[in-house]
Design a protein around this ligand. Sequence first.
Ligand SMILES: Cc1ncc(COP(=O)(O)O)c(C=O)c1O
Length: 391
Amino acid sequence: MSTSLCDDFLSGLNAVLGGAAKPVALHEPEFAGREWELVKDCLDTGWVSSVGRYVDEFEDRLAAYTGARHAVSAVNGTAALHAALLCAGVGRDDEVLLPTLTFIATANAVAYCGAIPHFADSAADNLGLDPQALAARLDEIAEPVADGWRNRQTGRRLAAVVPMHVFGHPVDMAALLDVCGRYGLPVVEDAAESLGSRIGGKHTGTFGLVGTLSFNGNKTITTGGGGAILTDDAEMGKRLKHLTTTARVKHQWEFLHDEVGYNYRMPNLNAALGCAQMERLPEMLARKRRLAAAYHAAFDGKPGFRAVREPEGCEGNYWLNAVVLTEPDRAARDACLQAAADAGYQCRPLWRLMHHLPMYESCPHGPLPVAERLEAGLINIPSSAKLGGGS
Ligand SMILES: Cc1ncc(COP(=O)(O)O)c(C=O)c1O
């Protein structure tokens, strides 16, 4: 059974990628615009470090593109998420609800605040935090206290909810905000993977109190390493900029800092790369959509697989395409991964679920059956924009 599954998997990949030069990477960056010119400008002028005009320009471009009132750049997406959680009020010994199905950075950023992750299950269709599972969990464990809600089982304050838009597929934010509103919980969106993904025209990362992006080398656009925080709240925007720039108080020559801040600044060199990449984002997204459509056509007739699609009413960025085995089975999944590797296609399984990792295995969580099934059966397949054809 596994052999024919592998054959079907390979024939799906070959139908789309057969003509591509091997090996085919999972996701590659592309520098086909003004990247060289803008980075050279930094080198020519000496503005390579943590301030410069490209930092401001990149933040302006991000705000304009996403529709967020304020965008604050950061050294990477993990730092952006850490700062966002701190500014949302997450502190030591708080509990933060998040999906177990996420990249490690989401849980780590919670731990950096001294808070404890509390894992909830995911939705099978869009792979993101499931509002119904979250509601069921909160109904079971949350009790009101004078200043909000706490977990009656652990006694800890419930401080925030962190949905993550997995591989760029938007979470059902309307339902999630409804649940969080009932419990007065601020929403910090981890939109690291979803630049270009929208729900009813509104960009992901702009639904909660704050949202964060990543521009790591494997993302839809890259600044080498980098991240950003989005918010509509002017005070929050100011506070985020302050905290991520060493909490320095403006003065002509004095070095004054009014709290323990962070050096989470994005260097101008990286921001220059980001400005050039932003110019090509719409075109790269169009090619990623073409690639996704080709995968859907290739896998739709194969009963052993389900290709993950953007949810209805949403526009996904198809950062990483994924297929899920209809009968999840780790051995069959690994056989498919091996067959793909042998054929020159770089594929990968889902991240190990957070509650299966040693540092988070004792964290509280609700039932996680959907995430467990996805972990056993999901495979990411090559997704670079260039595989979607010429520009
Ligand atoms: C879901 C998620 N959150 C956070 C991050 C962290 O971003 P960075 O690698 O830029 O620190 C990433 C990706 O790398 C991610 O995929």
